[in-house]
Ligand binder design. Structure first.
Ligand code: TXA
Ligand code: MG
Length: 345
């Protein structure tokens, strides 16, 4: 078993050196913590799948620290990509582009066992200062999925990463909690029309404004047999052991009463406005703050809190309007709840 080192932001050079040697280093980005490996090193990338317990057909995002790096790994840069880079990079937007053959490890594209994803690659240029310094110092493209065990909520602190991956990775660069809290928006630019594969902090509205065209969302249901556009979508996600129930704003009185009469332990994740009037044991309440930005930042931490520190059987969690950042928040919450709302039980 490896000893997982915690690096401070003064030790970026050391962490970068480990990456260059083919070791796995988790690091903060503005969205969630990523699990980094040299994207050109097949052995290193294979270890990412092992450490996470990730199915090998689920491709990884390649993280870069400059636009120039992108050109080395993609076949060409479509005009749409250039427009989106100008508007949103560095930042929480991942683009799917046609890959340049042989430029990256095959394992990155999920192509170890199937040939299905060899044609495209997901590229992200994070705005987080430390993420950029780490990639710069390593001087390589860094394959970096979220640094959680497969199926668990993405980590928003170094402690979350440590909890999931201690003994499985060489180190974690710790810079406290992340800013956005939900993973980047993923837009597919490899086919005729731009399609959002995963909503994030860069919203549909913002993308359409820059591209001056309709951007579709890939909302069709993904069955196990067909090959989904973002392969990660077919797997169980963000799921704590407890059953999560989504509570619509108007249903809190009913939900809190239900909780009171329940034999099992029920945790509550709600906005301060609701919590201040709810008569709840402190340990069973987790604040989502006051706004959808706060809630997105805290969602995964709350789910993890009720999964490890304060184990419960049910989690009542606030739903929000599915617009702007609310779309990304609800996308993650619905997955963690298996789409179950409180008013349906
Ligand atoms: O904010 C983020 O994007 C974080 C931070 C760490 O950068 N990363 C992240 O990576 O969320 P991951 O691997 O947990 O999620 C990436 C998603 C997966 O659902 C995967 O299936 C999809 O992107 N993906 C990766 N490459 C793809 C490709 N070539 N075509 C379609 N989907 C792809
Ligand atoms: Mg992930």
């Amino acid at each position: 078993m490896l000893i997982t080192k915690i690096y401070t932001t003064d030790e970026i050079e050391k962490a970068a050196n480990e990456l260059r040697l083919g070791e796995l280093i988790a690091f903060p980005t503005e969205t969630v913590y990523g699990l980094g490996a040299d994207a050109t090193n097949e052995q290193a990338v294979k270890r990412v799948y092992l450490a996470k317990g990730r199915p090998s057909d689920n491709p990884l995002i390649v993280t870069v620290s400059s636009r120039k790096m992108v050109e080395e790994y993609v076949e060409s840069l479509p005009e749409r990509a250039v427009k989106l880079m100008d508007a949103f990079w560095p930042g929480p937007l991942t683009m799917i582009l046609k890959i340049k053959e042989g430029a990256l490890s095959k394992a990155v594209t999920g192509g170890l066992e199937t040939a299905a994803f060899l044609e495209t690659v997901a590229i992200r240029f994070p705005s987080d200062k430390n993420a950029r310094s780490l990639i710069d110092a390593a001087g390589i493209p860094v394959a970096a999925p979220s640094a959680n065990r497969s199926g668990k909520p993405s980590p928003t602190t170094a402690q979350h990463v440590y909890h999931d991956l201690e003994g499985r990775i060489a180190g974690i660069l710790d810079d406290g909690p992340t800013q956005v809290g939900v993973e980047s928006t993923i837009i597919d630019l490899s086919s005729e029309h731009p399609v959002i594969l995963r909503p994030g902090a860069v919203t549909v509205e913002q993308l359409e404004e820059v591209l001056k065209e309709t951007v579709l969302s890939d909302k069709h249901k993904v069955g196990m047999k067909e090959v989904p556009k973002a392969p990660g979508m077919k797997y169980k996600h963000y799921a704590p052991d407890a059953q999560v129930l989504i509570v619509k704003a108007g249903d809190w009185d009913k939900a809190l009463l239900w909780r009171k009469n329940k034999q099992e332990r029920v945790g509550v994740m709600a906005f301060n406005e609701v919590l201040k009037n709810a008569d709840l044991p402190k340990k069973l309440s987790y604040s989502l703050g006051d706004t959808v930005f706060d809630a997105s930042r805290r969602l995964f931490a709350g789910l993890r809190y009720f999964d490890s520190e304060e184990k419960v059987d049910f989690i009542l969690c606030a739903g929000v309007k599915e617009a702007g950042l609310g779309e990304a928040y609800m996308n993650r919450l619905k997955k963690s709840a298996g789409n179950v709302f409180f008013d349906e039980i």
